[in-house]
Design a protein around this ligand. Structure first.
Ligand SMILES: C[S@@+](CC[C@H](N)C(=O)[O-])C[C@H]1O[C@@H](n2cnc3c(N)ncnc32)[C@H](O)[C@@H]1O
Length: 349
């Protein structure tokens, strides 16, 4: 469901800029095809590529040194990485005044928002320009709206076959029970997976945490505009202030690749603490490197390294099934490739 507050109609300039960005990504297909052809010629045995990921990057750069399409592909990727946040913010600013009354109205409603201006955000997140957007998740006073409604709905959503919102609904539906009482969405961001959880389990009380005040503000307004009673708070997923055993489902959608391995282990331990006995775990993230061939890992790793994803390699290399078991979960299973979903259960007392 989309309320008038969501998915804004952009002005012509903003719409053209966003369309250009999206169109350029689509139009770069022939460049990618040329690079892929060069790779097939220069790297006939991908299994023989270096195991070490840094050495693999160097090896591939050398292999593609005389491929004319390779610097073009890098230039396009670099431009897209640097510009998508700025272009989306400018498109938003053109319609900001029109949206102001809708923002105001969406501050009334059943959802609650608890921000913590004194919160000490973890170093792995604070000041990091995730996705190469200046200031990362906090890079604009309305970053939640810009990311949730423009970047996700008018850019990213166009590139992903099957749809980024359907992916979230599919993951939400993987939890084993028909109904839940109280669900925690860790790293709820602007509320897209939270929405899928609400739609899948309409009778559950939905609770969301995120480090980003800007993202939470948009999630809060979205919930109010839709009449949902989400309880949102600004806190680290690995150290929340909720009581032990206060949820029957703890879930997350694609936050783990934004954390180093140590923080991920703490997130799973916190999920275990927060679940009641018999409660379910439903975490999802990017494709595991061990499930990809060496070339696919190189592409993902390079994209992450130059795309503002400083923790991706460490996270995607982690055995999340082992992490879940170490945290105490039983009946641990996983499925993939994307999103990679890991499930488990806290044993009955
Ligand atoms: C890729 S987004 C998550 C996407 C979101 N679940 C959705 O469905 O659109 C990553 C989010 O995780 C948040 N985040 C990263 N580390 C976190 C942590 N330790 N605790 C809480 N939130 C965190 C970021 O602020 C960001 O909003």
């Amino acid at each position: 469901m989309t309320t008038p507050f969501q998915n804004p109609r952009l002005r012509q300039r903003g719409r053209a800029s966003v369309d250009f960005l999206a169109g350029m990504a689509a139009a770069s297909g022939p460049v990618r095809a040329s690079v892929d052809a060069a790779i097939a010629e220069k790297v006939p045995s991908p299994d023989a590529l270096p195991d070490n990921l840094d050495e693999r990057l160097v090896h591939m750069d050398a292999a593609l040194a005389d491929c004319p399409a390779w610097p073009v592909q890098q230039l396009l990727g670099d431009w897209h990485g640097r510009m998508h946040g700025r272009i989306s913010a400018e498109a938003f600013e053109e319609v900001e005044d029109d949206l102001a009354p809708l923002f105001k109205a969406a501050e009334q409603g059943p959802a609650t928002l608890r921000l913590d201006p004194a919160m000490k955000a973890p170093d792995y997140w604070d000041g990091v320009h995730f996705h190469r957007t200046t200031g990362g998740w906090e890079g604009h006073a309305n970053m939640g709206y810009i990311h949730g409604e423009i970047i996700h709905k008018k850019l990213v959503g166009r590139f992903f076959p099957g749809g980024i919102f359907q992916q979230r609904r599919d993951v939400a539906a993987m939890a084993p029970r028909e109904t839940y009482k109280r669900i925690l969405d860790m790293g709820c961001s602007s509320g897209h997976f939270t929405t899928a959880l609400t739609e899948t389990y309409p009778q559950a009380q939905i609770v969301g945490v995120d480090l980003s005040a800007r993202m939470l503000e948009h999630a809060w307004r979205t919930a109010n505009a839709n009449g949902w009673n989400w309880q949102l708070s600004q806190q680290a997923a690995e150290a929340t202030d909720f009581e032990d055993a206060s949820f029957d489902l703890v879930a997350s959608y694609i936050i783990l690749h934004e954390m180093p391995a140590d923080a991920i282990r703490k997130v799973f331990a916190e999920a275990f603490r927060l679940l009641e006995p018999g409660g379910d775990l439903l975490m999802s993230d990017v494709t595991r490197y061990e499930d990809m061939d060496k070339l696919a890992v190189w592409k993902a790793d390079r994209g992450a390294m130059f795309g503002g994803e400083p923790h991706w390699r460490e996270s995607a290399s982690l055995d999340l099934e082992a992490v879940a078991r170490e945290a105490g979960f039983v009946d641990v299973t996983s499925s993939g490739p994307y999103p990679y979903v890991i499930q488990g259960r806290k044993t009955e007392a």
